[in-house]
Ligand binder design. Structure first.
Ligand SMILES: [Zn+2]
Length: 254
């Protein structure tokens, strides 16, 4: 899943800074707007060996490995229950028997990874999502890594609820605050995805699309428009405003 249309501008801006990236990013925003897709596409762009204006070329060896899910310098850390998901929609009830947390063993395993040189002499990217699923011991283990950032490694935390993270972790990340799509873009996208049932409570298009894919036959774009129009809620931020937020504090090695 590549980045969603409403995040492409922010992605290009961020990926274009590859020479000046911090060791850790915190990608935040409400559930279901495509944060996981953003993080993954950012990683793909950073690992690409022939980036086009900062973004993944889609044709090099690195891009091929990434699309096949076996890039040696990419790691995604998520709860067992979310391992089959491709977006930042909440875990489904059917997965409730699997772990909903990120355990300390998963973070410790990263230690072995980052102690090695990168395979392709470029970046190594680790995406952790949702970061609020980190168990306390796992969060503390991650903090130690952030305090002594490994070379050539970018750690991307993805969170719907950044306030739940340790303040010491937040302070070591540069925040990338993502917004949802403008209404017309969301309607067009939902229509293209075949989602159109108006009576769903979620205003988040990715959640909406996932729900639809599970339960509904394809519907029309008109149905999507009706659904979107029926949703109460705050004004959705446009992509041009969903810029990387100000740096709280970049991590520095002690
Ligand atoms: Zn490439």
């Amino acid at each position: 899943m590549s980045a969603l249309p409403w995040h492409r501008e922010a992605l290009a801006r961020l990926a274009g800074r590859r020479e000046r990236l911090p060791h850790a990013l915190l990608v935040s925003g409400r559930a279901g707007i495509g944060k996981a897709a953003f993080a993954r596409e950012f990683a793909r762009s950073l690992l690409c060996e022939s980036p086009q204006e900062g973004l993944a070329c889609g044709a090099c060896a690195s891009c091929n490995w990434f699309s096949q899910g076996n890039h040696p310098d990419y790691r995604e850390v998520l709860p067992e229950a979310a391992e089959e998901g491709d977006d930042d929609a909440p875990a489904e009830a059917s997965k409730e028997k699997k772990s909903l947390v990120i355990k300390i063993g998963q973070i410790r395993a990263l230690g072995d990874l980052v102690s090695l040189s990168t395979h392709r002499a470029g970046f190594r990217v680790i995406v952790i999502r949702p970061a609020e699923a980190l168990q306390p011991a796992a969060a503390n283990a991650l903090l130690k890594t952030l305090e002594e950032p490994p070379p050539a490694t970018v750690i991307v935390l993805v969170s719907d609820r950044p306030a739940r993270l340790l303040a010491t972790i937040r302070s070591r990340c540069q925040v990338v605050a993502l917004g949802g799509p403008p209404r017309d873009v969301a309607i067009a996208w939902l229509g293209a995805e075949g989602a159109g049932e108006p009576d769903v409570s979620s205003r988040s298009p990715v959640v909406r699309r996932s729900w639809h894919a599970t339960w509904l036959p394809p519907r029309s774009a008109n149905g999507a428009a009706a659904w979107w129009a029926s949703c109460p809620g705050p004004t959705v931020r446009t992509p041009s405003r969903s810029r990387p937020a100000s740096t709280v504090r970049n991590s520095t090695a002690p």
